[in-house]
Design a protein around this ligand. Structure first.
Ligand code: PLP
Length: 383
């Protein structure tokens, strides 16, 4: 039996969604844009999900746009927001990095601390030096490789001082793990994805507050032109099932208190790692989202890809970094651009792997993983 410890890449569809899946499959199959009663039922299903997210995130329903995932949401916002300067971080997910570059806007890359968190003083300095420019700040809420949490509230507070600022945050790794109150944050835009929280793949959302909708002029900048769905922003027949299951996955996570379970597993894992002589955490106890560990085996000579493969041979799925980056096959990227941007030495970045937990894991699986890591350390010792 394989044990899955790659939950930052994607998660298993929650088995508790099965009943809802079959119900939707049988009862809500019509085109939500058809005017007959079955079409209206499908439309209502989408609008219920939208209302749920509005309540869950504390925003208006018409500020939620369903997309195919966070890559699409981030691409749209970064590429179409009209600005003179983008301020972002080199530790963002590739879909933000590449969209920022593709936008052709000038980019200021912030320097990072050793946990890949942005530098606030530098951010404010750049903003204050560019008061006459329209600035878009895009910083992820929580990092997908190292789990560190960025203080997004502090960035949003700068809007009181600098009116030329719009703030966007990739909230993929934070959704359902950290309480996101968008009113309180006073943020302009966020992205999120269903498949990281035990929902289906191919569904995500983009939150756009009224201010950013006004500036974007949605209909003119539509992502996909056609029948005018999603307020004219994204045409095409909506993924009714995916959208409904996305909302349901959050409801189940709340009912079953998944975040508490991951928190407890995180503590268990962390205590074991800190007590181990061979395991070194690149992200020891600091403010991080629960469940993501970035580590290396001190006395093991295996490079990260070799270690991932050895663990795979022993039936453990872990990761050598972001799954999307691995597609690029670029040696620089494979040695983890996030760790390197955080100033972690290349020799360590080359050995470091990511282990990410979910509420479907248990302590026995963690114990077994540690035994195998210990065995691999002995079998592939540096000396
Ligand atoms: N942003 C972060 C932080 C991620 O971890 C991911 C997924 O790997 C994405 C964006 C992309 O999300 P999606 O797969 O929904 O396009």
């Amino acid at each position: 039996m394989t044990t899955y410890f790659d939950n930052a890449a994607t998660t298993i569809l929650d088995p508790a969604l099965q009943d809802e899946f079959w119900r939707l499959n049988q009862e809500v199959f019509a085109n939500p844009n058809s005017i007959h009663s079955e079409g209206k039922k499908a439309k209502k299903t989408i609008e219920n999900a939208r209302d749920f997210f509005a309540q869950y995130l504390n925003c208006q329903s018409n500020e939620i746009f369903f997309t195919s995932g966070a890559s699409e949401s981030n691409n749209f916002f970064l590429k179409s927001y009209p600005c003179d300067l983008v301020i972002t971080s080199p530790a963002e997910h590739s879909c933000v990095l590449e969209s920022a570059k593709a936008s052709k806007n000038p980019i200021h890359w912030l320097s990072l601390d050793k946990h890949a968190r942005y530098n606030f003083a530098e951010l404010e300095k750049v903003i204050s030096e560019n008061k006459d420019k329209k600035i878009l700040v895009s910083i992820m809420f929580a990092n997908n490789e190292i789990g560190s949490i960025n203080d997004i509230q502090k960035i949003c507070e700068l809007k009181k001082k600098y009116a030329n600022l719009i703030v966007h945050s990739d909230c993929v790794q934070a959704l359902s793990k950290i309480k996101l109150d968008l009113q309180k944050l006073d943020i302009d835009s966020i992205s999120a994805s269903a498949h990281k929280i035990h929902g289906p793949k191919g569904v995500g959302l983009l939150y756009l507050n009224k201010k950013s909708q006004g500036i974007l002029s949605l209909k003119n900048l539509a992502l996909i032109h056609g029948g005018g769905q999603e307020q004219g922003f994204r045409s095409g027949t909506q993924n009714v099932m995916g959208i409904a299951l996305f909302a349901k996955a959050i409801q189940i996570a709340q009912e079953k208190n998944y975040s508490q379970k991951v928190y407890e597993l995180d503590k268990y894992f962390s205590d074991k790692a800190l007590a181990s002589e061979d395991i070194v955490l690149n992200n020891p106890s600091f403010d991080k989202i629960p469940g993501i560990f970035n580590l290396y085996l001190k006395n093991c000579k295996l490079k990260k890809e070799e270690l991932v493969l050895q663990l795979d041979l022993n039936n453990f799925c872990v990761s050598s970094g972001s799954a999307c980056s691995s597609l690029k096959g670029d040696a620089q990227i494979i040695s983890s651009y996030v760790l390197r941007a955080a100033g972690i030495e290349n020799t360590i970045a080359e050995k470091s792997i990511r282990i990410s937990l979910s509420s479907f894991n248990n302590t026995q699986e963690i114990d077994n993983l540690f035994k195998i890591m210990q065995k691999l350390s002995a079998n592939f010792a540096t000396l």
